[in-house]
Design a binder for this molecule. Structure first.
Ligand code: G3P
Length: 219
C-alpha cells in the first residue's frame, strides 16, 4: 500500500519525505490556503522534494477552464497529478487530460457510482473521502470496500487506483490496507501516529536501561 501525505506544508513534507516512507503528496485548495503560499510555487517546491505523484487541484468549475488549468499545472513538473472534482465537467476534463498522458486524481468522490465514472474517464486515482462520510453518520470505509471490489472485477480494463482520502485515524489506514486499497493519503499527524505504541516506548525504555547496565558500546 502506498502512503501519500495530505498537506501543502513544506516543512512537514521535507521532514516526512526524509523517512523514505512517503510515496506522494496530495494538496487541495483548503490546504494551499492554510499554507499561505503561492499555489504554483508551492507545488513546484513539493515536486522537487518527492519523486512520486503530487496532486495539484484545478480551481475552475467549467471544462474549458479546468482543462487549461490542468495543462498549466502539468507543466510545473513531470510528477504533477492534476486533481479535478467529480462533476461532469471534471470527468470530461479527466478524459481529455488522460488522453494527453497527464495523470488525473478525481476528488470529492462519495459513491461507488461516482468512482466507476472516474475509472471510465481514465483517472489515475479516484479519491473517496471516508472521514467526511463518517462525519454525516455514514460508514466511510464501506465505500472503500465497494470500490475496491468493483475495480478488482475488471482487472483488464480498470487501472484506476483507489486513493483513500479524508483519513482521520490509524484505524482508517488499517481498514484500507485490509481491503486492498492502493493508496491512503494521510495528514502528517496520522502518518506519525502509525508508528506509535505505548508498549514500544515502555519496552525501549527497559532495553535502554539494561543496555546501559552492561557498560558496553557497539561502536
Ligand atoms: O485532500 C482531500 C482530503 O483528504 C481532505 O480531508 O480531512 O478535509 O476531510 P478532510
Amino acid at each position: 500500500m502506498k502512503f501519500f501525505i495530505d498537506t501543502a506544508d513544506i516543512d512537514q513534507i521535507r521532514d516526512l519525505a526524509g523517512s523514505g516512507l512517503v510515496d506522494g503528496v496530495t494538496t487541495n485548495p483548503s490546504l494551499v490556503a492554510k499554507s499561505g503560499r503561492n499555489f504554483l510555487e508551492v507545488i513546484e517546491e513539493i515536486c522537487g522534494i518527492v519523486d512520486g505523484p503530487v496532486s495539484a487541484e484545478v480551481a475552475a468549475l467549467d471544462h474549458a477552464t479546468m482543462l487549461k488549468e490542468g495543462r498549466r499545472l502539468a507543466q510545473i513538473a513531470g510528477n504533477v497529478c492534476v486533481k479535478v472534482p467529480l462533476t461532469w465537467d471534471g470527468l470530461k476534463t479527466t478524459r481529455a487530460l488522460a488522453d494527453e498522458g497527464t495523470p488525473v486524481n478525481v476528488t470529492l468522490c462519495f459513491s461507488a457510482a461516482q468512482a466507476i465514472l472516474a475509472a471510465k474517464a481514465g483517472a489515475a486515482f479516484v479519491s473517496p473521502f471516508v472521514g467526511r462520510l463518517d462525519d454525516i453518520g455514514h460508514e466511510g470505509m464501506d465505500l472503500i470496500a465497494d470500490i475496491v471490489e468493483i475495480f478488482a472485477a475488471y482487472p483488464d480494463t480498470i487501472d484506476t487506483e483507489v486513493l483513500v482520502a479524508s483519513v482521520r485515524t490509524p484505524v482508517h489506514v488499517i481498514q484500507a490496507a485490509k481491503m486492498g486499497a492502493h493508496v491512503a493519503t494521510l495528514p502528517p499527524a496520522v502518518l506519525r501516529q502509525l508508528a506509535l505504541h505505548p508498549l514500544t516506548d515502555k519496552g525501549l525504555a527497559a532495553f535502554v536501561k539494561d543496555w546501559e547496565g552492561t557498560g558496553q558500546s557497539i561502536l
